[in-house]
Design a protein around this ligand. Structure first.
Ligand code: MHF
Ligand code: KIV
Ligand code: MG
Length: 264
């Protein structure tokens, strides 16, 4: 429940990973407090160039798949670009649909002070909201790239954003690509847990894209990613071995094949 996450403020670090499919949800469920069906799914699984092309239909399909794999962690689902920014009413229609059709326990949306009214509108109507500030990938075109946020002039604005989403009723806030000192300051200041991605070790929790931390990609490694595995390399080596064995007819072996008659 979102209330359990809120209660972890200042306590044991909140563990969060993304998941987009049932098998990965099953794998991460018992280890995580929170599992995020991120709109990063568009870039990670569908080959989109950014998260802007992700649709409600994609989020619902992946949300349903993840829900089938979870029995422990709280499922949070990203609201896709264009599904909530226009008005609180539009956000309620989209968020209620995401929750009703997937069984998610909360939604996440990008934005600070300018989304506070929407966050208050949703929470007042039974929809727990996780906010996401700092580097908000759905705004990549106005931010001018996937850059660190909150240095220099924008520092004070980020502090205001964190306060605004907390006061609006968000049960938690994701801080993405924020300098660690600023993340520490925000964490100390707001009453809700901060979940960092590229925001230092002082946050109340951490989140990563599961494919990144598994090392499934060999071509994408932002500074904030640590590869806890090398699954991409392992997978490629396995595919190469398969191809070689097919070409030399050593696979399939007798043990993978069926006799014409079963011996009595
Ligand atoms: N696989 C994956 N992991 C993510 O963390 C992630 C996604 N996809 N897609 C949605 C957003 C986009 N995010 C991104 C995308 C790119 C960078 C990146 O390229 N960072 C570079 C520097 C780029 C720059 O400064 O312009 C880095 O080294 O951190 C970081 C986060 C985070 N999210
Ligand atoms: C990286 C996390 C915070 C996210 O928003 C996503 O996966 O879409
Ligand atoms: Mg996202």
């Amino acid at each position: 429940m979102p209330a359990d996450i809120l209660a972890m403020k200042g306590g044991a670090p909140i563990v969060c990973l993304t998941a987009y499919t049932t098998p990965i949800a099953k794998l991460v469920d018992s280890h995580c407090d929170l599992v995020l069906v991120g709109d990063s799914v568009g870039m990670v699984l569908h080959g989109l160039p950014s998260t802007l092309g992700v649709t409600m239909e994609m989020m619902i399909l992946h949300g349903q798949a993840v829900a089938r794999g979870l029995s422990n962690a709280l499922m949070v689902i990203d609201m896709p670009f264009g599904s909530y920014e226009e008005s609180p009413a539009q956000a309620f229609r989209s968020a209620s649909r995401l929750m009703a059709e997937t069984g998610a326990g909360a939604v996440k949306l990008e934005g600070g002070a300018h989304m506070a009214e929407t966050i208050a509108f949703l929470t007042a109507r039974g929809i727990p909201v996780q906010a996401h500030i700092g580097l908000t990938p759905q705004s990549v075109n106005t931010l001018g790239g996937y850059k660190v946020q909150g240095r220099g002039d924008s520092r004070a604005r980020l502090v205001k954003d964190a306060k605004a989403v907390a006061e609006a009723g968000a049960f938690s806030v994701v801080l993405e690509k924020v300098p660690q000192g600023l993340a520490d300051e925000i964490t100390a200041m707001v009453a809700i847990p901060t979940v960092g991605i590229g925001a230092g070790a002082g946050c109340d929790g951490q989140v990563l894209v599961v494919d990144d931390m598994l090392g499934l990609f060999t071509d994408f490694k932002p500074k904030f990613v640590k590869r806890f595995g090398q699954l991409g390399q392992e997978a490629e080596a396995a595919v190469a071995d398969y191809a070689a064995e097919v070409r030399e007819r050593s696979f399939p072996a007798a043990e993978h094949s069926f006799a014409d008659e079963v011996k009595k």
